[in-house]
Design a protein around this ligand. Structure first.
Ligand code: MG
Length: 346
């Protein structure tokens, strides 16, 4: 099969702030795999803080080209993914892009959606949380208003004064919240107190409250926490998850971290065995990668798949959000297709 790639700048409707930075746009590199006239599409989303650049992502694709060239349309998914993974360490987003495109392609060849490729039921519509970035009061109020369809809001905390931020949100809505601290809290006693306070404000879970390096303190917090604690930055792949026994109550699984769908499914299976909560999440992706992850909706305890709504120029179609629910098309593979007017491959 042949691999083509195209870098694309996704533009945010509102500048997007988390505790470490604010962005107006973000880059994804889209790929197209072609095998005997059938096309599969994938996406590598590259937020700067992950250290995966357009250069090292495209160089991974170049490295993968000769290997993919040898692969026929009746390929064994796991075999190909192991070969790709062994090409080099890291490049998780680049690997995810190829994994997604391979699944899309296989689904199209077999006329099945990705869920069905794994013997799962077709995903049913499901509520997703909607993320509100850090901002000034008038902009926050506007964003909350725009999110009126969504039953759960996700708040990016880790600010100077997070109680003030939550009190501010509570002036405009009493909806349940997910709070993502993005490693912003450093003192374990403070964290336990904050979580107790957050619970009294109708917060449902706390994501990555402490820095990745503080996993021992994090385990101490989880033992005493009145809310589920979810790992995000602390867990990329299955091997990270296996090392973190007892550190968190659950994990935010994202395709760009896990290297794609195949490993995400293994992580979900591990979570179910270990009684860990599964939150299906996404980076700042378009409908391409989000649509792929949405194929696993039926396996989630919590869903945070709203990224495509943050953009004014999503180049993929057919992933719908209606009254706060994520609704998949009945198409094969990922169920999404590129808008060929907007996204051009060489
Ligand atoms: Mg997070």
């Amino acid at each position: 099969m042949k691999l083509f790639y195209a870098p694309f700048t996704l533009k945010f409707k509102h500048p997007f702030g988390v505790s470490s930075n604010t962005r107006k746009e973000t880059t994804s590199i889209f790929i197209k795999l072609e095998s005997e006239g059938v096309f599969g599409y994938g996406e590598a989303c590259l937020p700067a803080y992950l250290g995966e650049t357009a250069e090292n992502t495209t160089s991974f694709f170049e490295k993968a080209k000769p290997l993919l060239h040898e692969i026929k349309s009746d390929f064994e998914m796991e075999e190909v993914l192991v070969l790709l993974d062994n090409l080099q360490k890291g490049s998780n987003a680049a690997k995810a892009a190829i994994d997604i495109a391979l699944h899309d392609l296989k689904g199209k060849i077999e006329s099945k959606c990705i869920a069905e490729l794994y013997g799962l039921e077709r995903p049913v519509p499901r509520s997703t949380s909607f993320t509100i970035g850090i901002d000034k009061e008038d902009v926050l109020a506007q964003k909350i208003k725009e999110a009126s369809d969504f039953s759960i809001l996700k708040i990016k905390a880790g600010t100077e004064d997070d109680k003030k931020l939550i009190e501010l949100i509570r002036k405009y809505t009493d909806k349940p919240l997910y709070v993502d601290v993005n490693q912003g809290w450093k003192d374990k006693h403070f964290v336990v107190d904050m979580i107790g306070w957050m619970q009294s404000k109708n917060v449902l879970l706390i994501e990555q409250p402490m820095p990745v390096q503080m996993n021992r303190e994090m385990a101490w917090v989880t033992e005493r926490s009145s809310l589920p604690t979810m790992a995000d930055e602390s867990v990329k792949r299955l091997s990270d998850l296996e090392k973190l026994e007892g550190t968190f109550s659950g994990v935010n699984i994202k395709l760009m971290k896990s290297t794609g769908i195949s490993e995400a499914i293994k992580m979900i299976k591990y979570c179910k065995e270990q009684k860990l909560l599964v939150l299906l999440g996404c980076m700042a992706e378009s409908s391409c990668a989000t649509g792929a992850m949405a194929q696993l909706l039926n396996l989630a305890d919590h869903v945070d798949l709203d990224a495509p709504l943050l953009y004014k120029n999503d180049p993929f179609k057919q992933l719908n959000y209606t009254r706060g629910e994520l609704i998949l098309s009945d198409g094969p593979g990922t169920g999404v297709e590129p808008d060929t007017e907007v996204l051009k491959f060489p």
